[in-house]
Design a binder for this molecule. Structure first.
Ligand code: NAP
Length: 305
């Protein structure tokens, strides 16, 4: 009998994972915020996943954090700024051998979660899959991709990767997950804030080539200084390739701002600037970018943390 998967957060990625695990016949339980959300979820009859225009609803059982049952495997699928407090509410329910899979983008939230649960195994993930909500309890699978999983403290892969195989969730165990997370963070820092400030699609940054190149130089310096030289390899070339390959797309930060949603800035550009300061590294363009972005968010009445 497979271990029960508890999925914390019924948003885009949480739904994408929960529905595929349930479809493969694996036991899944969805944890929503509170009783009100649980009633809304139960009235909807389950989670709906829209794939290639086809919608299908999966009656994944739901519960609130107050449910007394122990948790052995927890997929944390909330935003980086919610992860620490959302997991803290579940801490009393975690079994002594509990494993957590952290789907958060950027860096900082994984350490914050791990620090409050020294007995649990915390596995970080970096995903290129894309999904968005087009209604309550309803998610569109927008972009196929890959998820890398790894544990900075333990290189051995967990046995439950078989569940992901069964659920057809494309994945790979990575022994250098931190490098992957840093590389993704650096790409994000070079592209996303500028798309917000220049109010453009990713491709619009082709007109700001010098600004992008200057940021790449500073990000490369940062990655080298903080022990991530592989994440720095040919960073600028990859940034340019991503800008070209995704020219028609709006970045996730652009979409958050356009939809008046809180961004994950503290775990992306904010984290990069914090680590630079810790290393006493002066990166003037990166810190100016952060100041400009924070001022812009304030001017729109959005949180800047
Ligand atoms: P999302 O759609 O906003 O979903 C987050 C979910 O977490 C929401 O359903 C929210 O509940 C729930 N939540 C927050 N606090 C909670 C709590 N205390 N208890 C229970 N539920 C709670 O976010 P997402 O797009 O899936 O992103 C999750 C992470 O994956 C982010 O770090 C993101 O950057 C990363 N990521 C996303 C994608 C993508 O394509 N979406 C791709 C790669 C990486 P409510 O519904 O009640 O607000």
């Amino acid at each position: 009998m497979s271990t029960l998967w508890h999925v914390l957060g019924a948003g885009s990625l949480g739904t994408l994972w929960a529905t595929r695990l349930a479809r493969a016949g694996l036991p899944v339980r969805l944890i929503v915020r509170d009783t009100e959300r649980l009633h809304s979820y139960e009235a909807a009859g389950g989670l709906t996943l829209v794939e290639q225009g086809q919608a299908r609803t999966y009656a994944v059982p739901g519960e609130t954090p107050d449910n007394p049952e122990p948790i052995r495997r927890l997929l944390v699928a909330c935003k980086a700024y919610d992860a620490e407090s959302a997991v803290a509410r579940l801490a009393p329910r975690l079994a002594s051998d509990a494993e957590l899979i952290l789907l958060q983008n950027g860096l900082g939230s994984q350490d914050a979660v791990a620090a409050q649960l020294p007995q649990a195994r915390c596995i970080s993930a970096s995903s290129t899959e894309g999904a968005f909500r087009d209604g309550d309890w309803r998610v569109v699978f927008a972009g196929h991709g890959y998820t890398w999983l790894g544990d900075v403290a333990h290189p051995v892969a967990p046995i439950w990767l078989d569940d992901l195989q069964a659920a057809k969730i494309p994945h790979e165990w990575s022994t250098d997950i931190l490098t992957r997370l840093w590389r993704k963070l650096a790409l994000n820092c070079a592209i996303n804030p500028l798309t917000v400030l220049h109010n453009c699609r990713n491709g619009g940054l082709q007109e700001h080539h010098c600004e992008v190149a200057t940021l790449c130089v500073e990000l490369t310096e940062l990655l080298q200084r903080c022990g991530q030289p592989s994440a720095a390899d040919n960073l600028q070339q990859e940034v340019e390739r991503v800008i070209q390959a995704t020219a028609a797309n709006f970045s996730s930060m652009y979409q958050d701002v356009a939809n008046q949603r809180r961004t994950e800035i503290s775990y992306l550009l904010g984290h990069a600037c914090k680590v630079a300061a810790r290393h006493q590294l002066n990166l003037p363009h990166l810190s100016q970018l952060q100041q400009r972005l924070v001022a812009h968010l304030h001017s729109l009445g959005l949180p800047s943390d």
